[in-house]
Design a protein around this ligand. Structure first.
Ligand code: DGY
Length: 325
């Protein structure tokens, strides 16, 4: 049956401003937290909807897309879109949007904070204090690695990698990077960044290895046993990209065996599951995928996704919708 107003499925509650805006143009159904992390729930529901605003945890598979007779656009509430079968969407004539740019600074801040939390042992030290163990200042208590003069190796020098690199420069770090292609000379010069043509060489030469690349077939388990064995023993891994860029068993073993000195991990291969050996690993800060979690950024993410939906539902030209993939 033709709808008077288009119907939009928003898989989880998002900032109010975005819902108000969407509501001016469409009838909304807002899912409960976790409800549409299940493919079968989506398959059962999607056929009725003209647009889907989904989370990075929503599995927008070929099967989901094939059950969606009216669907015109999938807008991801995230910059990463490995949860969406983009090829299947394209072959079915369904547009896909993500949210580039608006979360770059929040993620850059977060990566710097996560690095500090690992190198300066914030979590372990706070736990020590809360457990009543702080009996006075200790000259040898909670010593960590200083950042000035150390090398930050960035795998994936896109917007977020560059945002992290700018912050790290302000802390006196040297920047090296590995990327599919070299970034523009002006970007390299502004960061005094050295291009390294392999992940192996980057791993060997970095005091901190940061993963800022998208998850693709090429980057799946990019960091594995072999790479951990190349990393210096004092080095630290930071991952705010996608969990599956790292082989988590290899990471847990590297931490337990002291092959590397620590890790800051915001993303996991099978979220919300966390590898049990990571939960007990030493010098490891584990966070629940919150790199972009600021009020400002989450509202901007939601507005960018919502605007792409409204534009597509109004039949606007693709060239007017900058965040279509
Ligand atoms: C994204 O938007 O892809 C990020 O994972 C948010 O932290």
């Amino acid at each position: 049956m033709a709808h008077l107003r288009p119907k939009v499925l928003v898989t989880e509650p998002i900032p109010e401003k975005c819902l108000t805006y969407l509501n001016e143009h469409a009838d909304l159904h807002i899912g409960k937290i976790g409800e549409f992390q299940r493919e079968d729930n989506l398959v059962r529901t999607i056929s009725d909807y003209d647009a889907l605003l989904c989370m990075l945890s929503t599995p927008v598979t070929k099967e989901v897309l094939e059950s969606a007779q009216n669907l015109k656009i999938v807008a991801n509430f995230a910059v990463g879109y490995n949860n969406i079968d983009v090829e299947a969407a394209k072959s079915l004539g369904i547009k896909v949007a993500n949210t580039p740019d608006v979360l770059t600074e929040a993620c850059g801040d977060f990566a710097m904070g996560l690095l500090m939390a690992v190198t300066r042992k914030f979590n372990a030290a706070e736990q020590y204090l809360r457990e009543g163990n702080f009996t006075g200042w200790e000259p040898l208590g909670f010593l960590g690695m200083e950042l000035r003069g150390k090398t930050l190796g960035i795998a994936g020098m896109g917007r977020i990698g560059q945002a992290f690199a700018h912050r790290a420069r302000a802390f006196g770090m040297n920047i090296a990077y590995y990327n599919r292609t070299k970034v523009d000379l002006e970007v390299e010069q502004a960061l005094n960044a050295t291009y390294i043509s392999s992940i192996e060489e980057l791993a060997e030469n970095s005091d901190v290895l940061s993963l800022n690349c998208p998850l693709t077939d090429e980057t799946h388990h990019l960091v594995n046993d072999r790479i951990f064995n190349l990393m210096p023993q004092h080095s630290i891994l930071i991952n705010i990209s996608r969990g599956a860029v790292v082989d988590e068993t290899a990471l847990a073993n590297a931490l337990h065996m002291g092959t590397i000195a620590g890790a800051g991990i915001d993303v996991f291969e099978n979220e919300p599951e966390v590898h049990s050996k990571l939960l007990t690993a030493p010098n490891c800060v584990l966070l629940p995928h919150i790199a972009s979690a600021t009020y400002e950024t989450r509202e901007q993410i939601g507005m960018l996704a919502s605007k792409a939906i409204v534009s597509v539902l109004k039949g606007e030209a693709d060239s007017n919708i900058p965040n279509l993939i």
